[in-house]
Ligand binder design. Sequence first.
Ligand code: IPE
Ligand code: IPE
Ligand code: MG
Length: 253
Amino acid sequence: MTTEQTTHSQAQGAAPQHVAIIMDGNGRWARQRMQVRSEGHAEGVNSVHNITKVASDCGVKYLTLYAFSTENWNRPTEEVDTLMRLIGTAIRNETPELKANNVHINLIGDIARLPEDVQADLEAGRKATENCTGLNLNLCLSYSARWELIRAVKELARRAANGELDPAAIDEATIDSVLATAGMPDPDLLIRTGGEQRISNFLLWQIAYSELYFTPTLWPDFGKEEFLDILDNFRGRERRFGKTSDQVKSEQS
Ligand code: IPE
Ligand code: IPE
Ligand code: MG
């Protein structure tokens, strides 16, 4: 048994099927080094590469990465432009290896708001991996949960107005089916790097019962070891979903 297996073999519970990450702290990482913020974003791409690989290798089925929020459009134009360039370049560079690793790219968010050439790069990446059956990599770009919920409500209202949907029949499954994550399990685990303890408009519906993990590590410094430690921490938690601990234990045995 390798050291790594020893370190990460303590866990009792099930591994998370779906991990969502708020990748925060790139700007502070750069500032600590007297560099411009975009250097932090560029370094953050390496963390995306490494974490996608480890998630894929350890059997996570869905990895949902918050890369650019609706609110991030309000940043200085220069930073937004650099981020857009970086997203286009990263997807072009990463697609061959993602495909080789059987990773399926899915785009979540108001993608039409991105520059057209970046949209084309993203679409090429999505298309190249559409038959891949391994890790589902959800890239959230120009995404916010309230954007997604407004879109979902409009869609349900449209169906109700057309007589396709009985409003009285709306249930959780109906709402799930009109979200960008339709057909996917909810995140079991939500990680936020960078030390802030907030959700910043990410997956508000889907994280209703997710386990939360906040780490002070800045995203460019976030690596495989810490990710695996967090998965171990997750496995040690008891998810009760409103029931008592005794009920949960008797259901497991
Ligand atoms: C996260 O890092 C990346 C994006 C939000 C695009 P930040 O750029 O928010 O970094 P900090 O929070 O300023 O350190
Ligand atoms: C959240 O980070 C969005 C992404 C990681 C893409 P922010 O840095 O934008 O969050 P706030 O504004 O500090 O909450
Ligand atoms: Mg931030």
